[in-house]
Design a protein around this ligand. Structure first.
Ligand code: SF4
Length: 381
């Protein structure tokens, strides 16, 4: 197949669904987590869960970079924007993530702080070049997909000897988060659902390749199928996972072979290794502190590290008690289980991070009306 509409063919999707139903016959349940928000979005947008047999349960994972950003990090960014002369810039979705005390970057901007939305990391660097009299801080977030561009601008800032540019680095890593969902006692204490297999991320895997999941699949005896974001990709990945489970296999398979290789993008990985090093620990919304799950800027580029330059210290802030984002990110609840879903909390007025980005489970359910099939009592409270 060459064109994107071929990956959205309804007849083919229904024929794969029949094969899944034939394979998943019997008593057992198949609890499959789609780690990535892009897959959650595809499941909701194309109604794929309606095609699956009742014993194949799709569990939404924490693979939405905006959703997993804890409140304390947004508070840190607002603190940076308050510094005299600072222009803080970041990607669009980050602007609306709730901070503590009902704040957000958007609200701080409305109150007069100079916070700007950028479309790319390069735009942030250009802003610093255009405003030599100001301090430009790039609030960098995201998984391994957005980390290489941040490495590039730090190297470019070094080459240009740019004195007024720094990065507040919040890049996180996928494999440790998957391990944490299954293996961490802290996550188990918070409550976690039993998961039989994973649909592995598409874009992240283009960068890191399929190899980093191999150890995990072996150690935890859980199959991983890396899949693209189109509906047929997801359906095919479900079929491959069900087959592996039926055959007692726990291997890494690559459905997205048109873009993902075993070793990934070597150039991008080399850039990340040049600029970043692992953090000992990083707080994720919903998962708590996850060891070695994020990166920070290496000492040799310390002058571009906003945390060092401004002496930013991290303080953990609990989520809004009424928001179930944490449980949703651990796969324990669905958006419809939250009392605020679609009433108090909507994309126009998000209470939690899962309603902010289109990749967030709550936003995907809201946008594609997944809650409308549910009993009314579950949608209002
Ligand atoms: S609906 Fe809103 S408040 Fe409820 S879990 Fe989702 S983001 Fe949080």
């Amino acid at each position: 197949m060459k064109f994107v509409d071929e990956f959205r063919d309804g007849d083919l999707a229904r024929s794969i669904a029949k094969r899944i139903a034939a394979e998943a016959r019997g008593e057992r349940a198949y609890n499959l987590m789609e780690f990535c928000g892009g897959h959650t979005h595809a499941l909701s947008r194309y109604g794929l869960t309606d095609l699956l047999p009742p014993n194949v349960n799709m569990i939404h994972g924490p693979g939405c970079p905006v959703c997993v950003l804890p409140i304390g990090r947004i508070d840190n960014a607002i603190e940076l924007a308050r510094r005299p002369g600072v222009i803080l810039c970041t990607y669009a979705d980050t602007m609306r993530v709730p901070a503590s005390k009902g704040g957000s970057l958007m609200r701080s901007k409305a109150r007069g702080l100079d916070i700007r939305m950028v479309y790319s990391a390069t735009d942030a660097l250009r802003l610093a070049q255009a405003h030599p009299d100001r301090e430009v801080v790039f609030f960098a977030i995201g998984f391994e997909t957005t980390t290489p561009p941040t490495a590039v601008i730090i190297l470019e800032a070094q080459r240009l000897d740019l004195p007024n540019f720094s990065v507040f680095c919040n890049h996180v890593l996928t494999p440790p988060a998957i391990v944490s969902i299954l293996g961490s006692p802290q996550v188990r204490d918070l409550g976690a659902v039993s998961i039989d297999g994973f649909i592995g991320p598409a874009h992240v895997s283009c960068v890191i390749g399929s190899q980093p999941y191999e150890h995990f699949a072996q150690q935890y005896a859980r199959p991983v199928v890396i899949a693209g974001f189109e509906p047929l990709d997801v359906m095919q990945a479900v079929l491959m996972l069900v087959r592996q489970l039926n055959e007692g296999r726990a291997e890494v398979e690559n459905e997205f072979s048109r873009a993902v290789t075993r070793w990934g993008n070597l150039k991008a990985k080399a850039l990340m290794a040049e600029v970043f090093e692992p953090r000992r620990s990083f707080e994720w919304r919903g998962l708590g502190e996850v060891p070695c799950s994020a990166v920070r800027i290496k000492q040799r580029y310390a002058r571009f590290d906003a945390e060092r330059r401004y002496g930013i210290g991290y303080r953990s802030v609990p989520d809004n008690k009424a928001c179930d984002c944490g449980a949703i990110l651990r796969g324990l609840k669905k958006p419809r289980d939250c009392k605020l879903f679609g009433t108090v909390c909507t994309p126009d007025s998000p209470i939690g991070s899962c309603m902010v980005s289109s990749e967030g489970a709550c936003a995907a359910w809201y946008a594609y009306g997944r809650f409308r099939d549910e009993p009314a009592a579950q949608n209002t409270a």
